[in-house]
Design a protein around this ligand. Structure first.
Ligand SMILES: *Cc1c(COP(=O)(O)O)cnc(C)c1O
Length: 425
């Protein structure tokens, strides 16, 4: 039986048999026992599926990744120790030294650094493009060695909504997969695979966990990209892997080739696994994801409307507002709501923005978004404080930009805190 998303959130991934725990257990074990040397050898050769070492696979992690895969409509998924690891593995699984990929320019700052600085050191080049440019314009950035196109469903903190169908058309016309970071939207509000994305990643640290307890990430494989159609482009998937006696992923694992390679090759060698303890906590979060996301969105909508109508506010970005640049794309891709994150600036500029956040009482200043508690950050003073005003604007972060992550408290209390701080600012 195929369940609806709300039911998958609660029931997915773990179906206990007779006498087994009702709640997904934490398999806090590095290793798993076998009866004979031959049984173990078959696991190492990937001839049989089974657990042998938690760096590769663990039952708690597998239950959680199966739940997320079902929520996103994928054929398989892999948990990682962080969202950063998920972004890196998603690309490194199909790119090596000498390769190139293309990314939207307004993406999470950590992802931007990973792409622009660290992956470059590995010999993998990125070209950043304006995600709102025409298909023709974006197509010009492709090179013979381009291996993927990357974007965020809702950009953090730019809050731009990605035209996923357009991106999928561009990527597929060039014979490369589209990778989408769906962290802010979550599969409750948008399933990028339904719009043509091939790989979906998340920082599970955000709404999926939802309580700010566990850093984590996930990669979901749609199983839809035909790697065999471009064997010269994706030799890692279509030619023998010497580290498994010449096994060919597309031959042995079909639609799950990409995600299987990610687990048995990259995770084996690089080892950024999510701890079973964190997977357990992420799963507790997932059980209420659908309820929390709904409340985050309805609260954020009310807060955005309040800000839009306040005379001290210079501007507000939230795609649920009819005047927002991304209102139409939001209606198409995020009909149930976007997320709890709003950005805005005060008429008094940078200093007024700082005065405002220092005057908040309940709403805390933290380097985090997307958990149950409303929180706030001033990127120009915090995450982006090394940048000059000119650099800030180039990075899409206005000097007065306040990032407000609306939580699931009573919205009247959130608005009252904001109102009091605005009066002081
Ligand atoms: C936080 C975040 C990441 C990085 O995730 P970590 O879990 O912090 O490593 C990636 N993408 C987006 C959109 C994020 O918000």
């Amino acid at each position: 039986m195929i369940y609806k998303p709300e039911t998958i959130c609660v029931q997915g991934g773990w179906t206990p048999k007779k006498g087994e725990p009702r709640v997904l257990p934490i398999y806090q074990s590095t290793t798993f026992k076998y009866e004979s040397s031959e049984q173990m050898a078959k696991l190492f050769d990937l001839e049989e599926a089974g657990y042998f070492y938690t760096r590769l696979q663990n039952p708690t992690n597998d239950a959680v990744s199966a739940k997320i895969s079902d929520l996103e409509g994928g054929v398989g998924a892999m948990l990682t120790s962080s969202g950063q690891a998920a972004s890196f593995y998603a690309l490194f699984n199909i790119c090596s030294a000498g390769d190139h990929f293309i990314s939207a320019s307004t993406i999470y700052g950590g992802t931007f650094n990973l792409f622009a600085v660290t992956m470059k050191k590995l010999g993998i080049e990125v070209t950043f493009i304006d995600q709102d440019a025409s298909e023709e314009e974006i197509a010009k950035a492709f090179q013979p060695n381009t291996k993927a196109l990357f974007g965020e469903t809702i950009a953090n903190p730019g809050l731009k909504v990605l035209d996923i169908e357009k991106f999928a058309r561009i990527a597929h016309a060039q014979g490369v997969p589209l990778i989408v970071d769906n962290t802010f939207a979550t599969p409750i509000n948008c399933r990028p695979i339904d719009w043509g994305a091939d790989i979906v990643i998340h920082s599970t640290t955000k709404y999926m966990d939802g309580h700010a307890t566990s850093v984590g990430g996930v990669i979901v494989d749609s199983g839809n990209f035909d790697w065999n159609a471009y064997p010269e482009k994706f030799p890692g998937l279509t030619t023998p892997d010497d580290s498994y006696h010449g096994l060919i992923y597309t031959k042995s694992f079909g639609k799950a080739a990409y995600i299987t390679k990610c687990v048995v090759q990259l995770m084996r060698d690089l080892g950024s696994i999510q701890s079973p303890q964190n997977a357990f906590l992420t799963n507790i979060g997932l059980e209420t994801l659908h309820l929390r996301v709904e409340r985050h969105c309805s609260n954020a909508q009310k807060v955005a409307e309040f800000l839009e109508n306040n005379e001290k506010i210079a501007w507000v970005h939230y795609c649920g507002l009819e005047n927002d640049t991304y209102y139409e794309l939001g209606k198409k891709y995020l009909p149930k709501g976007s997320c709890g994150v709003i950005t805005f600036g005060l008429k008094g500029g940078r200093d007024a923005s700082i005065g405002f956040i220092d005057s908040l009482q309940m709403i805390a200043i933290v380097t985090h978004v997307a958990d149950a508690r409303t929180s706030v950050l001033h990127p120009a003073s915090h995450t982006h404080r090394q940048l000059s005003d000119e650099q800030l604007i180039a990075a899409g972060v206005a000097p007065d930009l306040i990032r407000l992550s609306v939580g699931i408290e009573n919205v009247e209390d959130i608005i009252e805190d904001i109102q009091r701080a605005l009066e002081k600012a």
